[in-house]
Design a binder for this molecule. Structure first.
Ligand code: ZN
Ligand code: ZN
Ligand code: ZN
Length: 328
């Protein structure tokens, strides 16, 4: 059987196949063949090669006076910090300078590292670096939206790192989530994400794990096999306002989910995206509820999605959650 499931926030329909559902073994070996790239020349993120990168915007000290996390401007950014902020028409089209910040967070001094095997304390240092940089970037009134993105392994460089961006516009996916959040709030006077948390904690079938402050679950209308969300249990629109006591808990949740992916699918490629409210009082939405979306870069059917706007997921989220729960 095939089900059409509707994602409650964005109202996007997802095709979930429940007949012959695919389990972890069906994705091995990964297609396209997953191969770690060989380093070409010295790695600019390794200790000793700091001179190869622009000057850091933040360095988190580790043991023996050495750095444990380092934040640097991206040499090849999508967004540039300098420039005129003007929006202008080109015929019927809108165009603007890609003003923004695009920084790289080097997550550890070791070249071969992975959230799956990292100490959760080190992940906590990475989270602290994100928070500190975002608090600083928030002062720039030109920016509307933050996005933190992590690809494992990195596309060009294997050394573990993530991308931290401040953008002059709100990306479509966030915009759709905000629209859905406000619409739901208008009708029910409740946060849709808080309702999802309540529903999932009661239902339990899609829960992967939980900590005191965070829930990790497979969303009802998962677009991708083994898609997972990490969400704070108490309502908050902004990741960078995360409370001290939530910080360690989040590092534990991230470590645990990465380690489950690692064990279940033998070190698969994955991505994490942090979704947080737009910034500046004009765009900020207190009704929004920040969260992290995680997906594995396996079993893609981009062609179908590209052509129709429908995602097809051959691994029902209830099964995905059960696999991820048991492997923990
Ligand atoms: Zn390196
Ligand atoms: Zn909420
Ligand atoms: Zn989201």
């Amino acid at each position: 059987m095939t089900e059409l499931r509707r994602e409650p926030v964005t109202r996007m329909w997802v095709v979930v196949t429940t007949d012959h559902p695919r389990g972890p073994a069906d994705y091995l070996p990964f297609k396209p063949p997953y191969q770690p790239q060989k380093a070409v020349g010295p790695c600019p993120f390794c200790p000793g090669n700091e001179g190869m990168t622009p000057e850091e915007t933040l360095s988190v000290p580790g043991e023996g006076g050495k750095w444990s996390v380092r934040v640097i401007p991206n040499k090849f950014p999508f967004f540039h910090i300098e420039g005129e902020f003007d929006r202008r028409p080109e015929g019927m089209y809108d165009l603007m300078e890609a003003i923004g910040a695009h920084e790289i967070v080097v997550e550890a001094p070791e070249h071969e590292q992975n959230f799956a095997v990292m100490e959760h304390r080190q992940i906590e240092r990475v989270l602290l670096a994100y928070r500190e940089r975002l608090i600083d970037l928030e002062k720039d009134r030109r920016f509307q939206q933050f996005l933190i993105l992590k690809n494992y392994p990195g596309v060009f460089l294997r050394h573990p790192h993530s991308h931290l961006m401040a953008m002059p516009v709100i990306p479509k996916r966030i915009d759709e989530e905000i629209w859905g959040t406000l619409d739901y709030y208008e009708r029910k006077e409740r946060c849709i994400f808080c309702d999802i948390i309540k529903e999932e904690m009661g239902e339990k079938r899609r829960v992967i794990m939980e900590t005191v402050h965070f829930l990790v679950f497979s969303p009802f209308a998962s677009r991708y096999p083994f898609e997972a969300w990490i969400i704070p249990k108490s309502h908050s629109p902004d990741f960078h306002r995360i409370r001290e006591e939530e910080m360690e808990d989040l590092s534990i949740a991230l470590q645990s989910l990465s380690s489950r992916f690692y064990k279940l699918l033998s070190d698969p490629p994955y991505s994490y995206a942090f979704h947080t409210s737009p910034i500046q009082s004009r765009f900020h939405r207190a009704e929004y509820h920040w969260h992290i979306e995680a997906r594995l870069r396996i079993g893609l059917r981009e062609g179908f999605e590209w052509g129709t706007g429908f995602f097809v997921n051959p691994t029902p989220p209830e099964r995905a959650a059960a696999y991820l729960r048991e492997v923990g």
